[in-house]
Design a protein around this ligand. Structure first.
Ligand code: UDX
Length: 455
């Protein structure tokens, strides 16, 4: 009863959430919104025009579109540092305006904006909030392990370890356990602007707290270590897709019929293959992947995102004879309902690029992984998965069908895979406990609610 009353009182407290317009960032922010809405807050999503989230699954949220004026040439350059610089420069003014307008409308009413919660890559929101004298908090959508190594990059650059000269070197990086040279973050463009972007996102300026999409049973020790560098509370709330009421967060349309295909497969028999929303491969890698999967003899569900095979629209470059060779053993889709796929009893392994969302989603369902990181934080996540948490095996070097075939067999049918599946299942149980009453994420969520009310 008291909880319901408190919840009712919170509905005139609005939270303005500012997501970063990429799938791997939009999902955790919308999930955070759903979570805080379930605690009684009103949610406003202030989003860019570019890659805007779909409002239809969130009838109780208010969606406000911010003109980002992102130049086409900047976007098509694929240069992440330039894209984020442009987004932040262009969105700060409109964000200030949106916040001032909302505050003016609140006027004499009971309603008020409690705070602005922004993806740390949308750091202009902190400046906009400060300008209109509102508190703000940063949401980090990558791991704490990634943040730790990001903060060490200037030192490693001085010492000559970063950017790594040899991307296959297994030499340890001093002061960066468990990372080896090959596990350092990999930037696809000039490192200097990326280093500046990282430094900007690490400096939370006037923000009152950092919210993490992570969970103590994976990163408690790291959280304690990183928190020493900040003077604000940390809240490890995740996995956000598990603590928030389920809601549709995909920008692309999900091909849900693949779940019926999974229904026809045996328990733990299917390897699910996806490189997330940004990574891509060339024609040779695509053909090697296709034959590696086919020759493994293991049923597979493969996401080939439109445009993710360079030089083609979708699957036109599949090698001749592949479709006939696989028959009904394999199923290819443009975009899958990934969380449902990973939770399906038929899925026994995940070949992943190790984006942080995919990492959390797989561990939460007890699914062991083949780790094939592509760029940025993915190398770091892969190292934690394979070396510390020991729920993944690395697929290294140039993609080669023989090695793919072996990796799939090792994970799906070998002793090593069986042990990883057991460890992943243990993490699944621990995560379940973490989000239940008495668990670390459950407690962090309650603390966050009280913290927001105290602002
Ligand atoms: C990016 C970065 O690459 C990643 O390293 C960073 O941690 C977050 O931002 P992305 O590459 O898209 O994200 O990977 P990931 O973090 O795994 O996010 C992908 C999301 O798309 C996941 O939530 C996944 O469930 C979803 N997805 C992917 C689908 O819903 N269907 C698909 O078919 C594929």
């Amino acid at each position: 009863m008291r909880e319901m009353e408190e919840r009712g009182q919170r509905s005139n407290r609005r939270l303005v959430l500012v997501p970063c317009p990429f799938q791997g960032h939009i999902t955790p922010m919308l999930n955070l919104g759903s979570l805080l809405h379930s605690k009684g807050f009103s949610i406003v999503i202030a989003h860019t025009h570019f890659n805007h989230p779909h409002p239809f699954g969130f009838p109780n949220f208010t969606f406000l579109s911010i003109p980002d004026c992102l130049p086409k040439d900047v976007l098509s350059s694929g240069d992440a540092a330039a894209i984020f610089a442009s987004l932040n420069t262009n969105c700060e003014g409109p964000l200030r305006q949106v916040l001032s307008d909302m505050m003016a409308q609140d006027g004499a009413t009971e309603s008020k904006i409690s705070c602005v919660i922004y993806d740390s890559l949308m750091y202009c929101a902190e400046a906009a909030a400060q300008y209109v004298k509102l508190p703000s908090m940063a949401l980090r959508t990558s791991s704490i392990g990634t943040q730790l190594i990001f903060s060490e990059l200037p030192r490693l650059q001085k010492e000559g370890y970063f950017p790594a000269k040899d991307h296959s070197s297994k030499d340890p990086v001093p002061g960066a356990y468990p990372l080896r040279c090959k596990d350092l973050p990999l930037f696809t463009s000039d490192p200097e602007p990326m280093m500046r972007l990282i430094a900007t996102t690490l400096d939370i300026k006037t923000s009152s707290a950092i919210l993490w999409n992570t969970v103590d049973c994976l990163e408690k020790q790291l959280s304690d270590q990183v928190q020493k560098k900040y003077h604000v509370p940390f809240f490890s709330l995740g996995p956000l897709h598990k603590v928030a009421p389920a809601s549709p967060t995909s920008i692309l349309e999900e091909e849900t019929e693949c779940l019926s295909w999974l229904d026809k497969q045996a328990n733990n028999s299917v390897i699910y293959v996806s490189l997330g929303s940004l990574a891509s491969m060339d024609e040779r890698e695509f053909a090697e992947t296709a034959w590696g999967l086919a020759k493994s003899g293991q049923p597979f569900l493969w996401v080939v995102r439109p445009g993710s095979v360079r030089g083609s629209e979708w699957i036109e470059l599949l090698p001749e004879g592949f479709k006939e060779a696989i028959g009904d053993t394999g199923h290819v889709v443009r975009w899958a309902p990934q969380k449902d796929v990973l939770a399906h009893r038929a899925v026994g392994g995940f070949w992943t690029h190790c984006g942080w969302n995919s990492t959390l989603e797989s561990i939460s369902e007890g699914v062991p992984m083949i780790c094939r990181p592509c760029f940025m934080d993915q190398n770091v996540n892969a190292r934690y998965l394979c070396h510390l948490w020991r729920v993944g095996l690395e697929l290294e070097g140039d993609l080669d069908q023989k090695e793919i075939e072996q990796a799939v067999r090792r994970l799906m049918a070998g002793e090593e895979g069986k042990e990883m599946r057991l460890r992943a299942a243990a993490f699944k149980d621990q995560i379940k406990l973490s989000i239940e009453k008495g668990g670390s994420s459950h407690a962090a969520i309650e603390e966050l609610v009280n913290f927001i009310i105290s602002l």
